[in-house]
Design a protein around this ligand. Structure first.
Ligand SMILES: Cc1cc2nc3c(=O)[nH]c(=O)nc-3n(C[C@H](O)[C@H](O)[C@H](O)COP(=O)(O)OP(=O)(O)OC[C@H]3O[C@@H](n4cnc5c(N)ncnc54)[C@H](O)[C@@H]3O)c2cc1C
Length: 571
């Protein structure tokens, strides 16, 4: 059967996140004529809105600082944190070996530059091979105006990864965010410095409104990748959504796409690389695969990620794996917001605790977010009413720390909190704990008992129930001025507050099975000719989230490997 194509390229990349753009750059450099298509009107997907962190042990930026790490340590660490039978050793070996090469390639041949994060620990730093920093990198900030007209099509940061108040939208790096979001010592001087520079950038207000010229985190990562695509004249078509794959005799030959309401067919002479994200915003697939309860509203991911890679590959007998996995994190469901708001830093800093409907704690609030929600699901399945759960804090905490979308009361008093936010499904306040329990529907006796315990642990510094503050990861967002435990402070002064937290995610983590060349495998474990994938449409390589950047690191590495396999390039 011969198909009439409207366009012809060597490689078609579906999506415009970190993995997609890495594969586009490397396919181009391998000699291919490349097209990138993006379903929405904006580039970057969840990657653009993210922290932009990339976890690659032994990367060049860490090596430049002579840090103590090795391939063996990385291997031991990944093995020690990964659930038995849940990881593919060949993929892990490939990742450990090729991840640093991908970073080298981009650093030496494109505008993509990162910097080492010396103090951001692995998420299980006490495990064999674990480190207290130097494995994660964040993108070097860059001026958005370098993108020219395309700047307006770069998807903005998730509001929680920027300082937002009214129209003000000021970016910060991960390192800066640690101080600002936790209101940790030094945050005021830093804030004054950043804010002065931002507010005095008058020319920017005329061109791009309140958007910050200085891009950081996920926006800097995607801007750098986009600029590298622009340098190569790689076309990126927005508003172009892959709806199906064209295949003959088991070989993928092209795609069908919807472009501005018109169906087009595009031929891919060498290969199609799927990088269209997970199925975060598809309630039917969530209910079919993810642990319950589950809701698209609790996802912080890009709203256009609806599992299209899974539907388009239906006729190809593809293998799907680990479909119940997610990059879990508690999220808040803020009235009027279309995406979940991650609760990471606020839940970790001292001065709050999190309970179930009975008013009892069930997990360590300062541990990494993936493990916290895993505990939530495990407990919920056993009958523990902890999904949603309830973060409790007092007026002291409210005065001094930002929490979710609320800035500290010294900057945003309760009178300036939008009225619609005062809803028991999100935010409540009462003079006493008993009244708060009644409003939210928590058992008051349980809550009072829990608070007595938390206050006692804050005094002794030892959380006898869940060991909050015991390891280096817990303490990353701890406040060193709070003693004896930087993650535990007593709650005493009313009014008391409650924020409701849901078992949400930053992305789903199950999908197509790929091999060490990023080729998509069928149910007989055979590569499907012409079909490659990377990112959240694939089965997660590192399902336990060993360190900060465990989704973007693999997405970029396997995007690079797909390009190498398709083009035969030897870089
Ligand atoms: C606030 C926040 C912070 C985060 N911080 C980090 C971090 O620091 N480090 C980390 O590793 N992870 C982080 N994550 C998670 C990370 O952002 C995602 O796991 C990652 O971006 C997923 O990449 P992806 O390429 O699979 O999907 P995306 O980046 O979402 O890209 C998929 C793209 O494909 C497009 N698309 C979908 N369907 C189609 C179609 N049919 N045709 C064409 N295009 C299509 C989408 O519109 C989207 O632009 C964070 C997430 C959030 C929300």
């Amino acid at each position: 059967m011969s198909t009439n194509y409207d366009h012809e390229y060597d490689v078609i990349v579906v999506g415009s996140g970190n993995g997609a753009l890495t594969s586009a750059i490397c396919s181009h450099d391998g000699g291919a004529k490349v097209l990138v298509i993006e379903k929405s009107n904006q580039f970057g997907g969840t990657s653009a809105t993210s922290g932009g962190g990339v976890w690659i042990p032994n990367n060049r930026y860490a090596k430049a600082e002579n840090v103590d790490d090795s391939v063996e340590d990385a291997r031991n660490y990944i093995q020690s944190v990964s659930p038995e039978g849940k990881i593919n050793n060949d993929l892990i070996e490939t990742y450990i070996e090729q991840g640093p090469r991908m970073v080298d390639y981009l650093h030496e041949n494109s505008r993509v530059k990162y910097r080492n994060l010396p103090h951001y620990p692995d998420y299980f730093p006490d495990n064999p091979g674990g480190k207290e920093g130097n494995r994660s990198m964040e993108p070097e900030p860059i001026k958005g105006t370098e993108l020219g007209d395309d700047f307006k099509y770069l998807r903005g940061q998730h509001p929680q990864t920027a300082f937002t108040m009214g129209p003000i939208n000021m970016n910060f790096t991960q390192v800066e965010g640690q101080l600002l979001l936790g209101a940790l010592p030094g945050w005021k001087t830093l804030f004054a410095k950043l804010f002065t520079k931002y507010i005095l950038d008058i020319p920017m207000r005329f061109i791009h409104g309140w958007r910050d010229r200085r891009l950081t985190m996920g926006n800097a990562g995607i801007a750098r990748l986009l600029l590298s695509c622009k340098d190569r004249d790689i076309p990126i078509w927005r508003n172009t959504s892959m709806t199906d794959l064209i295949h003959e005799n088991g070989k993928v030959e092209g795609i069908i796409a919807l472009q501005n309401n018109e169906t087009i067919k595009i031929k891919a002479n060498k290969g199609v690389i799927l990088a269209s994200g997970g199925f975060e915003k598809n309630q039917t697939l969530r209910e079919k695969y993810l642990p319950k309860p589950t809701d698209t509203a609790w996802s912080a991911a890009n709203i256009h990620n609806t599992g299209d890679a899974i539907s388009a590959t239906k006729g190809l007998n593809v293998a799907l794996h680990q479909m119940d996995a997610g990059w879990w994190t508690t999220t808040m469901n803020i009235p009027g917001h279309e995406k979940g708001w991650l609760s990471i830093v606020d839940k970790s800093v001292p001065g709050n605790y999190t309970v179930n409907k009975n008013g009892h704690r069930f997990s360590n609030e300062s541990q990494n977010y993936v493990s916290f929600v895993t505990d939530m699901f495990d407990e919920y399945e056993k009958g523990n009413p902890c999904a949603p759960c309830y973060m409790i804090f007092d007026s002291n905490f409210r005065k001094n720390r930002p929490c979710g979308p609320l800035l500290q009361a010294s900057m945003q008093p309760d009178s300036r909190v939008p009225k619609e936010w005062w809803d028991p499904s999100f935010l409540s306040k009462a003079d006493t704990l008993e009244e708060l329990a009644e409003i939210v529907g928590i058992d008051a006796k349980g809550l009072l008992e829990t608070q007595v315990k938390v206050n006692e642990y804050s005094k002794t510094g030892k959380d006898l129930d869940f060991q909050r503050g015991d390891d280096a990861y817990d303490r990353y967002y701890g406040d060193p001025s709070v003693k004896p435990n930087p993650c535990l402070a007593p709650l005493s002064e009313g009014p008391f507050y409650c924020m409701v937290l849901y078992p949400g995610e930053m992305g789903t983590a199950g999908g197509l099975v790929i091999d060490t060349h990023a080729r998509v495998l069928d149910t007989f474990n055979q590569p499907i000719k012409g079909l490659y994938a990377c990112g959240n449409c694939t089965t997660a390589l590192l399902p336990k989230y060993p360190g900060p950047g465990s989704t973007l690191g693999p997405a970029m590495t396997f995007g690079y490997l797909a390009a190498k396999d398709i083009t035969g390039a030897n870089f």
